[in-house]
Design a protein around this ligand. Structure first.
Ligand SMILES: *Cc1c(COP(=O)(O)O)cnc(C)c1O
Length: 466
């Protein structure tokens, strides 16, 4: 399978090329040149396999020309053996036709582990055979950073620099990153928002001399390999619920549009999905885009669900590419206009195409906290604020008649990763799993930088000697 850029001005690459590059050289995002398509029977057969085997099956369709299926199967077996739940991604009934897909049983307690654990292994294998080193730069709103560090800290051929917005990640999120002290890992607390961090990463990639010099690679959710890995839990969840092969809905707490785009990819691959619900927090650009056709970023508002405090959702470009029938030239023009105007109005045709597959809602801070409380009172279980945004949106979308039938809400993080919000809502402090019992006694190490690319460049040069 080849991968093409959404902006049409970069050569097609193979899976390994897309994996190591992250962003395409023309500023676009890589997309598979076509979708592997499964029948409902095949989808059921794959989704019913043990998780690691389902992952190997699906990934081999995307990566088969770059990696042997047997090697992929070995990597997925190792990657998902790090998860604490034997089902890896268990589906929990909530009563009626509501379900929760728990994606927080990985080593850093958020769904980012699903992609990162496999990505680290793919990187190792690719760099080993190419006899190369890479520097990976990650902008994180909290969870990607810890998942990347955990997956890459023992990779001998990789340096990792993680940029996070200072004071805008939870204490547990920060500690999970800064307590990993390794010569190939650097954490940078940036004075700014996640969007500032993401903008610095984009600038460094565009700086050819620097990016060639340090052999820069990206593992943000713009990296296709991550989305490919995230399609798998849609298959396994569906196979568990759809006894008669019926289509179900998924509601996804959304920030950078990666996770929900993986659901869209699964739908394009033949998985019976009625609708995908985009659940935004107070940073509601994606809800405005889908409901009103208005893709205009505002200022980032800090919320109780910081991993979704994002205004410019990188992966939305992938959806626009599909909605515009892969007209890369039109998309390139639209993205260039967007970069100048900081605003985009979606035309009726694009909007209609998007609404075939998506519905959306935005959930305020008060509603998020009220949802955590309601869930606790009704089920006795604590949920994290990102999951609560998803559940609140799922309930409202059902009430409005926008979603009917089975709804699976993705539970994206363990409540103990966001104890402040959970305590505020319920009075309860969720316990960290035993592996993290001493998290707050571990030493921390981090650098500080203003939101300026040059400052980050200087830190990277001195940390990694490049
Ligand atoms: C990253 C993250 C999200 C948002 O996912 P996207 O792929 O960026 O849309 C939601 N919840 C949690 C807990 C996250 O870590």
């Amino acid at each position: 399978m080849k991968y093409v850029s959404t902006r049409g001005a970069a050569p097609a690459v193979d899976f390994e090329g897309a994996l190591l590059a992250g962003l395409a050289p023309d500023g676009g995002l890589y997309m598979p040149e076509g979708w592997p398509v499964f029948s409902v029977q095949e989808a059921r057969a794959i989704g019913s396999l043990p998780y690691a085997e389902a992952a190997a099956e699906i990934l081999s369709h995307f990566a088969g020309e770059s990696f042997d299926k047997a090697d992929i199967a070995k990597m997925t077996a190792e990657a998902y053996a790090t998860f604490a739940d034997k089902d890896v991604a268990p589906v929990v009934p909530l009563g009626g036709e509501d379900y929760m897909l728990e994606l927080f049983h990985g080593p850093t307690l958020a769904f980012k582990d699903f992609a990162m654990q496999i990505l680290g292994r793919l990187y190792d294998a690719a760099l080993e055979r190419r006899d190369e080193r890479r520097t990976i730069i990650v902008a994180t709103s909290g969870d990607t950073g810890s998942a990347a560090i955990e997956a890459l800290k023992s990779c001998l051929r990789v340096n990792v620099a993680v940029l996070f917005p200072e004071g805008r990640v939870s204490a547990v999120q920060q500690r999970m990153m800064t307590s990993v002290i390794a010569p190939n890992v650097m954490n940078v607390a940036v004075k700014g928002s996640f969007d500032d961090c993401q903008a610095i990463v984009k600038t460094l990639f565009a700086d050819e001399a620097f990016s060639r010099g340090v052999r820069l690679s990206g593992v943000n959710s713009i990296n296709w390999a991550r989305l490919a890995a995230q399609t798998v839990y849609y298959f396994t969840a569906w196979a568990r619920l759809a006894e008669s092969g019926e289509a179900v809905n998924f509601v996804v707490p959304t920030g950078n549009f990666g996770d929900v785009f993986a659901g869209y990819a699964a739908k394009r691959m033949g998985l019976p999905i009625v609708k995908l619900g985009v659940a935004a927090n107070a940073n509601d650009i994606l809800h405005r885009a889908i409901a009103q056709g208005d893709y205009t970023p505002g200022a980032v508002k800090p919320t109780a669900s910081p991993s979704m405090d994002i205004q410019v959702a990188s992966n939305f470009e992938r959806l626009l590419f599909e909605a515009k029938h892969r007209d890369a030239k039109a998309l390139r023009a639209a993205m260039e206009d967007f970069a100048k105007a900081r605003a985009m109005k979606l035309d009726e045709e694009t909007l209609a195409a998007i609404r075939d597959d998506f519905v959306s809602d935005a959930v305020s801070m008060e509603e998020t906290l009220a949802e955590i409380k309601r869930h606790y009172e009704e089920t006795g279980a604590l949920i994290d604020p990102h999951t609560a945004v998803g559940r609140a949106a799922a309930r409202r979308l059902r009430q409005m008649g926008a979603l009917e039938g089975k709804i699976v809400t993705l539970s994206t993080a363990h409540p103990a990763k966001f104890p402040e919000a959970v305590k505020e809502a319920t009075g309860q402090t969720p316990a960290l799993p035993a592996a993290y019992a001493d998290l707050f006694e571990r030493p921390e190490k981090m650098e500080h930088a203003p939101a300026e690319p040059d400052a980050v460049k200087a830190l990277m040069r001195s940390a990694f000697g490049t």
